[in-house]
Structures are given as C-alpha cells and as structure tokens.
Design a protein around this ligand. Sequence first.
Ligand SMILES: [Zn+2]
Length: 210
Amino acid sequence: MKNILLISVPGAGKGVVSNYLIDKYNFTHLSAGDLIRDEIKNNPDLAEIVSQGKLIDDSIINGLIDKFVSKNSDKNLIFDGFPRTMSQVPAFEEILKKNNISIDKLVHINIDKEVAIKRITGRVMCEDCNHIFNKYIDNLTDTCPDCSGKLYSRSDDNLETYNNRYDLYINETYPVFEHYKDILSTFEIENNAGINEVYDQVDRMMKEEI
Ligand SMILES: [Zn+2]
C-alpha cells in the first residue's frame, strides 16, 4: 500500500494512527493543519487574515498541499486534513493526477462522540516536563505523576470548541468520506477501546495488503 486518505471526527485518534504508520510502516505524514500553521508562522499577511478570524483561501491551502506532494510523491503518504471539504476535492484529484499517484486506502476511525469528548476535554499537559496525560483516563488531579509539576489544559480543549469542530466535521468533512467510500477501498478502525487494539487493527490492515 502506498497512499492513505485518513478521515475521522476530531478526537478520534488520527495522531495515534498516523504515528504508528510512520514509525512501523515508513509512512510520511501530510498534515494539512501543520502545513497551514507553518505557513502562518512565515507569512505575515496570512497571520493577519487568521488573526481577524477570516478563513484562509482554498487556493493557498491547495498550493501548500501541492508543494508538499510534489516534494514527497515517491514516499508513502498519509493525507490528513485534506481534502477537508467537498470544494477541495477537485484540487485534490488534480494534485494526485499531476504527481501520478493515487489513494490506495481510505481509513476511517470510528469513535463514540462521548469517548472523543473525554479524550479531548480531559487532555492535560505538565508545565514543567510537557508530558501529556488525560485526567479521566489516567485518573489524575492537577499534579504531574512524573515530576509533580502543575498540570494545565489547552484553552481550545473545551466542550464548546469541541462541539463546534464536531459540527464542522459533520457538515463539511463527512460528505468527503461519503464521497470516497464508494470509490476507494475502505478500512474502518474502531477506537473506543485502548491504544493496543488500534495498533492491532492497523497491523491487520497492513497485512491484508501483502
Ligand atoms: Zn511533569
């Protein structure tokens, strides 16, 4: 298998699945979010647009993706966060065609909304050692179990932000999944249990390919 399109609700564990594919199966992560954040850092005009709360134009995002794919078309890619909307699908198809690559597997992570909310809103970081925990899953108070530092949560890891991101996903990104699941070979990962079950499922998916 060469290229994967990864789609799932926020908090489903795309990071966990991606990191496992990168470490064990030599994939390269195309994270649209990371590419956009890097570009904002280096482009004051774009930073200004974002600070005004405006959306970044699709043409800029398409350009960033195109540049990354052109540079990495010989690698095994995980497309994560692009296409995020149906309006980005034609550009996505164009980029694949231009670079003479295709998507071999659509990967969708299933998670109950309640579980995803617990994962996101329970996420805490240590002020001192920067380790990340989950206060529900790891059963913590506000002290780091590693170094006794103070734990804090990111300001955007709250229920309201999560619900907004979830609604955005249902309205804009889920149609992209619906579109591709009829065209592409699809693999569903269940992620309501633990991390080892997720790894087992990824291994099974990779084995099916050989
Ligand atoms: Zn700590």
